[in-house]
Design a protein around this ligand. Structure first.
Ligand SMILES: Cc1ncc(COP(=O)(O)O)c(C=O)c1O
Length: 454
């Protein structure tokens, strides 16, 4: 639903609550400014209402979680029923039946669908949990503790996952407590070539990029004890970057040659966000381990590291004390909501028309990215789309991106800027968004740019 005209954003109740946050929440958690944040009160479909009664169109899907929008009756009913029946279990000791159902669905929708046989999973609560389970599995499976990850990647901020996260300054203050087990290689980026693209033809450019990456991969495997390559098939928080088509097949080939595991982090890109069920399906490359999270629980925090039985069986049988567990592992509530989410999204996948709506949004944003506009380098797949905000010299313009995010909020649109330089407007709306809502968002962005005189 397109938001009505706003009165005041942030409104008085949000401003009052901000004062409470400033007082009682640690610094450096919620960003507080005169324009930010608004406090959410309830949400439905693609809309969020704040505590002052303003309605917004959420083009972030709440960090990519609300793939089917907010408060979907089927998921809410499943969650409500489970809450009344059995809100918690003893994950690695006495689980609920719902856990088995979720594990089975995860197997069916991933490795079984890819012809790799049945899969086993380790459930977690956060994306970081899934990545860390994958890292542990890789060590058990190969005996090699190090990993290759990519510049600009974001795999979470728990210490294990942060070993593989490279974007932004997240590691900097804590680096002394880190094991530094990851080697970071350039992520092939056709918009900002990590190897300094010259005047070459696209074909020559592609070939050089590929050769440079092969050299780096071989060098690292020769000099380090690498058991896994961990990669986002498309960089999400790192700036909505789609790699060239040869990238994932190349990683598959090198991982096979070196006896390492290939781990795809599809926590952001999974479950039809980019068009197909998983972003890796575009390339036909099957990983050894797949990490999923974000939308999986239909709003409840649940994640999984999934792998074919022969890979996951690197874990020994439990002798009564699990080597890897947590209090809320396989929460009955998360499992029930996860099953409801998977059943619902599978049932509705065709009607979502993610590719078509994504093409419409890409076209609308491309029309705004005229030579004199600060909007540049529109790119994406499905409803996973980024557009850079640059200064006239073509450099990242984080301040303008931030002004646009605030102005959009005042106009009733929730959007975030990502990328290492915080200048990539990142569009990841609920997959149920309509073309009309997307068109309205583009028009709103256009009129804001005009009003700002940029
Ligand atoms: C690709 C990817 N992996 C992992 C994570 C970490 O997930 P969480 O914040 O749930 O730990 C994120 C979060 O944005 C992500 O985008």
């Amino acid at each position: 639903m397109i938001p009505a005209q706003k009165t005041q954003i942030p409104g008085p109740r949000s401003a009052e609550l901000c004062a409470g946050l400033r007082r009682w929440e640690s610094r450096n958690v919620t960003f507080l400014s005169p324009d930010f944040p608004v406090f959410w009160e309830h949400a439905e479909g693609v809309n969020v209402w704040d505590v002052d009664g303003n309605r917004y169109l959420d083009l972030t899907a709440g960090f990519g979680v609300a793939a089917l929008g907010y408060s979907l009756p089927a998921i809410a009913a499943a969650g409500g029923a489970q809450l009344r029946q059995l809100p918690l279990g003893m994950g690695d000791v006495h689980p609920s039946a719902g856990k088995v159902r979720l594990l089975e669905l995860l197997s069916r929708l991933t490795f079984e669908a890819w012809g790799r046989g049945e899969a086993k999973s380790i459930l977690g609560c956060t994306g970081s949990d899934a990545v860390e389970a994958a890292m542990k599995t890789a060590l058990l499976a190969t005996g090699r503790p190090e990993l290759i990850a990519f510049q600009g990647s974001y795999h979470g901020l728990a210490y294990g996952a942060m070993e593989a996260t490279q974007m932004g300054d997240f590691r900097k203050p804590f680096i002394e407590q880190m094991a530094k087990r990851a080697v970071f290689l350039p992520f092939p980026n056709c918009w900002h070539c990590p190897w300094g693209r010259g005047e070459r033809s696209p074909a020559e450019c592609d070939a050089r990029c590929r050769c440079a990456l092969v050299d780096e991969l071989k060098r690292v495997f020769a000099s380090r004890s690498v058991g896994a390559i961990l990669v986002e098939p498309m960089l999400g928080r790192g700036g909505m970057i789609l790699p060239p088509d040869w990238f994932l097949p190349l990683l598959r080939q090198v991982a096979d040659e070196e006896g390492a595991l290939l781990i795809f982090d599809e926590i952001f890109t999974g479950f039809f966000r980019t068009g197909p069920r998983f972003a890796c399906e575009r390339s036909g490359v099957v990983p050894d381990l797949l990490c999923v999270g974000k939308p999986l629980g239909g709003g409840f925090p649940i994640s999984a590291c999934i792998g074919p039985a022969e890979v996951m069986d690197a874990w020994p049988e439990s002798d009564g004390e699990a080597l890897h567990t947590s209090t809320f592992l396989g929460s009955p509530l998360g499992c029930r909501m996860g099953c409801a989410f998977l059943e619902e999204i599978e049932r509705r996948q065709k009607d979502l028309a993610v590719e078509e709506k994504g093409k419409g949004l890409l076209a609308g944003l491309s029309d705004l990215a005229l030579p004199a506009s600060p909007l540049k380098n529109v790119r994406g797949s499905g409803l996973f789309i980024g557009v850079e905000v640059n200064d006239p010299q073509g450099r990242p313009h984080a301040a303008l991106a931030s002004r646009l995010v605030s102005a959009l909020l005042k106009a009733g649109v929730i959007l975030l800027a990502g990328g290492p330089d915080r200048h990539v407007l990142s569009f990841t709306p609920p997959l149920i968004v309509t073309q009309e809502e997307l068109d309205w968002s583009v028009t709103t962005l256009h009129s804001l740019l005009e009003r700002m005189g940029v």
